[in-house]
Write a protein that binds this ligand. Structure first.
Ligand code: NAD
Length: 282
């Protein structure tokens, strides 16, 4: 089965459109001249329009003084007309990223990267503001009714915006997750023993479908620009027979489109937190 993202993304957006929320504003600190960041920015603008939200761009160039960057961040942290903040990385200035995680107002942290939000997520069973792509991966599995309880879930990649939170999301759903990274030995055996495999390494063709067992599900999170100029994932599946025996999400058209919808959802959650309407689950 092909796990396409569009239907789920539309469902998430429709739900958000029916919420009684004022027009929201998202502030984005944007690295000037970064081609990938330029396309992410256009994409954000396009998706924000779907819920009548606006983008405020704060360009950061190599000549932007660090102090100015932090002053602007402070301004948007305290500006009640800004409901969400995202910092597109890497920035062209020398920012200490761990320090950055303490500087964003947690109530506006659409990416879920602040220590406050990470701490709450990892120390409890709440899933308040969790990094968008990790949430999108789990939602895609749930949308297609892929069983998770008691299943062996392999997460390849341990970044704190994708792999690590995904590990915890699997744990919250009573799967048995394993996390692999670039120092992991014998990845092939881990892959062949897993029921669900989420690949977020950023290595085109890292995992071959022939190593995946029958009936297993692969969530391909990787984004790689190939020599052909096209976008490719981390999963290599081509033969029609393999497509029959494995469930997998395509790149593009899988996790990516759901990630954009979850970004809108996180923005709206931020608004609810700021306006005292968010109910914690614990
Ligand atoms: P990252 O570079 O921070 O992390 C990559 C991880 O992969 C690291 O933990 C590393 O140890 C692991 N890794 C690298 N090579 C490996 C190997 N050979 N075997 C096992 N593990 C290996 O990247 P990230 O920010 O987590 O993103 C990962 C991928 O997901 C990238 O391709 C990125 O573009 C993509 N991504 C997609 C979306 C989306 O919306 N679809 C969003 C964010 C990131």
């Amino acid at each position: 089965m092909l796990l396409k993202g569009k239907e789920l993304a539309d469902k998430i957006v429709n739900k958000l459109q029916n919420e009684d929320t004022p027009p929201l504003n998202l502030a984005v600190f944007h690295p000037v001249g970064d081609g990938a960041a330029e396309s992410y920015l256009k994409m954000k603008e396009k998706w924000l329009k779907k819920i009548n939200a606006s983008l405020r761009v704060y360009p950061v160039s190599s000549s932007t003084p660090l102090i100015k960057f932090y002053e602007q961040l402070d301004d948007v942290n305290n500006d009640p007309s800004v409901h969400g903040i995202m910092v597109e990385l890497p920035l062209p200035i020398e920012v200490n990223y761990w320090n950055l995680h303490t500087k964003i107002n947690p109530a506006k942290d659409v990416d879920g990267i602040t220590f406050h939000n990470q701490g709450e997520f990892f120390a409890t069973i709440t899933e308040k503001i969790v990094p968008c792509t990790s949430v999108a991966s789990i939602r895609l599995l749930e949308h297609y009714d892929i069983p998770l309880v008691g299943k062996h879930a392999l997460v390849i990649g341990r970044s704190n915006i994708v792999g690590l939170p995904l590990f915890k999301l699997f744990l919250n759903r009573n799967a048995t997750p394993t996390i692999a990274h670039r120092h992991t030995h014998d990845l092939k055996t881990l892959v062949s023993n897993s029921d669900v495999i989420a690949i977020a390494a950023g290595k085109k063709g890292l995992i071959k479908s022939s190593d995946v067992k029958d009936g297993a599900t692969v969530i391909d999170i990787g984004i790689n620009v190939g020599e052909d100029g096209n976008i490719h994932g981390d999963f290599d599946i081509s033969s029609e027979t393999e497509k029959e025996r494995i469930n997998y999400s395509p790149v593009p058209g899988g996790v990516g489109v759901v990630t954009n919808a979850v970004m809108l959802e996180n923005l709206q959650k931020c608004y609810k937190i700021q306006s005292g309407q968010y109910q914690n689950r614990f």
